[in-house]
Write a protein that binds this ligand. Structure first.
Ligand code: PAN
Ligand code: ZN
Length: 185
């Protein structure tokens, strides 16, 4: 293949040319603590929670996958709109999240059971080491847009996070972004 550019719009989060994946509440309902509130939102029109736009790169060792993620502002119950979250199938692979717009949190859990939460803000570049699962939330009132770079053969393991969630939840309490223990863990 030949070198090529994509163009990223820092405001809208579009990556062009790119392949767009849309996640609605119905796609991520099991990831939220308040599944009943999620069901109610699905009945009310099943709004979009986030989009991912991937550059066309072979999913092979040596290549770097890259994409933008756009998370809409919103909550289910008091929990902020979030991504599914995953371990990489190839656990030895790391990733970088570079925030372009908005305010977010990045929650990570390692295979050793450590849990960390980092702030995401325009200019923050978060390093996700090998063996750490990762999920993001939009804690602001505008779009959260970030750019991701990862080994193209990393793969996604969604099942582990869907089953066990994270040790912490990021919720709004009295209008403030608050990290609490997850009662279901
Ligand atoms: C990211 C994520 C993206 C969406 O590109 O895939 O932000 O999150 P989910 O994949 O958890 O739905 C990444 O971490 N790739 O490896
Ligand atoms: Zn990843």
């Amino acid at each position: 293949m030949k070198p090529y550019n994509v163009v990223i719009n820092f405001e809208s989060g579009t990556l062009d040319p790119g392949k767009r994946i849309i996640r609605k509440v119905s796609d991520v309902k099991n990831m939220f603590y308040d599944t009943q509130a999620a069901e109610e939102l699905i009945q009310k029109g099943d709004p979009m929670v986030y989009e991912v736009i991937y550059a066309d790169v072979p999913e092979e060792q040596g290549h770097l996958g890259h994409c933008t993620t756009i998370i809409y502002p919103g909550k289910i119950g008091n929990e902020y709109f979030l991504t599914k979250g995953h371990y990489h199938e190839k656990l030895s692979t790391a990733e970088i999240y570079f925030c372009l717009r908005g305010q977010g949190r990045l929650i990570m859990e390692s295979t050793d059971g450590d849990c960390e939460v980092l702030e995401m803000f325009p200019g923050s570049a978060s390093y996700i080491p090998p063996n750490w699962s990762h999920r993001t939330m939009n804690v602001g009132k505008e779009l959260l847009v970030f750019y991701c770079i990862f080994p193209a053969d990393a793969g996604h393991d969604y099942a582990t996070i869907e089953e066990q969630g994270y040790p912490k939840l990021v919720v709004e309490i009295d209008g403030k972004v608050t990290v609490i223990d997850n009662p279901k863990r």
